[in-house]
Design a protein around this ligand. Structure first.
Ligand code: HEC
Ligand code: HEC
Length: 362
């Protein structure tokens, strides 16, 4: 069965359920209901979204419609999900995504989940301050959807289901750039991943294998040059806490100064000290988000581990913790590499990857 066959089936199911309870969905008025995220394991910190854009059922629904809406692209050929595929944690398995007219971008599409826990800007270089700012940039990016907001607004105004849904979602009911950005922000903030094997292990519902346990220890333990047997891989240093990120932009030793072609964070801040720094992304669901890094240079987790184990390159901005490992490498043997990867695989959250609430509603 292909996607075209499955989608109508899923929609059929949804229609059946909602048509039975004949909801407020049919009424076209502004009467917002709070959207509650169904946390399963309570392994993430407190969930905080911008006070001026609280999650509502109506805005989340509108944002989801927009996320999967081809009208957002100039020629109606793509939508956000063309590059952000749910089965891959809303990332793209292409090294560089295809925009309209098959134009090719310069960076790897990023995964989307737990966005509310990203408190320090968006994109690989952090050039978008808030998620709402980020949300409308791909629409206008010439290498992505290549459409003007003016045209998008006109197209949506000519579509009755959007006229109705903006009325339900916003007090002023207007189809404008701000409301489009707020709805997309709302939907993306509703996308939560916290039901991986690792979360269920923390919640006492599941056990990890011995290899996964060893990998977990290596992940968090510090590197010590003089005690190879005690030394860990210290991934926690940057991929920290339970969202496995630290809201910082760092250089993880991919290139020497001379090799750098993408200056990353420097493009956003203008500060040469930020050269070659990129967002420390969450490692949740990392097993399903190949290829890896801002330019998708590594195809497998094995290649990523080899990079950290023995491939760190010196440059003026490389993180000190990683620089300190260059003399010996992380000293991981084959078993330890396997353990580390087995641990990373426990971060895959199938509940989220298959959650019908995040799928194409059209
Ligand atoms: C043509 C492919 C493409 C399309 C279409 C696209 N994106 Fe992206 N997305 C990317 C790429 C590539 C990046 C990383 C870009 C960069 O850092 O410069 C990205 C980054 C993001 C991020 C940043 C995540 C983070 O952790 O900082 C979010 C959120 C996002 N996109 C949402 C959207 C939304 C919403 C839409 C639709 C309005 C959309 N994208 C359309 C390719 C795409
Ligand atoms: C000094 C901070 C730092 C440390 C330590 C670190 N990372 Fe990273 N990691 C980063 C940064 C920054 C990126 C994004 C770099 C880029 O794309 O240019 C990244 C990216 C990744 C990615 C790719 C994510 C994606 O979406 O493409 C993986 C996988 C990864 N790291 C795994 C690990 C593992 C495993 C360890 C431990 C062996 C580790 N990292 C240690 C900073 C760090």
């Amino acid at each position: 069965m292909n996607l075209k066959q499955i989608v109508p089936l899923l929609l059929g199911g949804v229609f059946f359920v909602t048509s039975c309870k004949k909801g407020t969905d049919d009424i076209i008025e502004y009467n917002p209901k709070a959207y509650t995220v169904n946390f399963k394991n309570n392994t993430l910190p407190e969930f905080i979204v911008a006070a001026d854009n609280p999650l509502t059922v109506e805005k989340v629904k509108l944002g989801r419609m927009l996320f999967y809406e081809n009208k957002l692209s100039r020629d109606g050929s793509i939508n956000c999900a063309s590059c952000h595929n749910q089965a891959n944690a809303f990332s793209d398995t292409n090294q560089f995504s295809f925009g309209v007219d098959n134009s090719v971008g310069k960076r790897q599409a990023m995964a989307i989940f737990n966005m509310a826990y990203n408190t320090n800007q968006f994109f690989w270089d952090g050039r978008a301050d808030l998620l709402r700012d980020q949300a409308i940039l791909p629409i206008q990016d010439h290498l992505e959807m290549d459409e003007s907001m003016e045209n998008v607004i006109t197209k949506l105004k000519n579509d009755q289901q959007y006229v109705d849904q903006f009325t339900r979602a916003f007090e002023n009911g207007e189809i404008n750039t701000l409301n489009i950005s707020l709805a997309l922000e709302n939907f993306m903030n509703s996308i939560i991943s916290e039901d991986s094997k690792y979360d269920r292990y923390l919640a006492g519902k599941e056990t990890l294998t011995e290899s996964e346990m060893r990998g977990m220890e290596l992940f968090s333990k510090e590197y010590t040059e003089f005690f190879p047997n005690e030394s860990g891989a210290d991934c926690m240093h940057c991929h920290s806490l339970n969202n496995f990120e630290n809201d910082l932009y760092m250089n993880n030793g991919l290139d020497t100064d001379a090799e750098m072609t993408d200056y990353g964070r420097e493009n956003a801040t203008g500060d040469p000290n930020d050269r070659g720094k990129f967002k420390v992304t969450s490692l949740r669901n990392v097993a399903v988000t190949p290829p890896y890094m801002h330019d998708g240079r590594f195809n497998t987790l094995e290649e990523v581990i080899d990079h950290y184990n023995e491939g760190i390159k010196n440059s003026s901005t490389v993180d000190q913790a990683l620089l300190g490992t260059t003399a010996t490498g992380l000293m991981l043997d084959a078993q330890e590499k396997e353990d580390l990867i087995n641990f990373l695989k426990t971060l895959t959250d199938y509940t989220y990857l298959n959650n019908p609430e995040y799928s194409n509603p059209h």
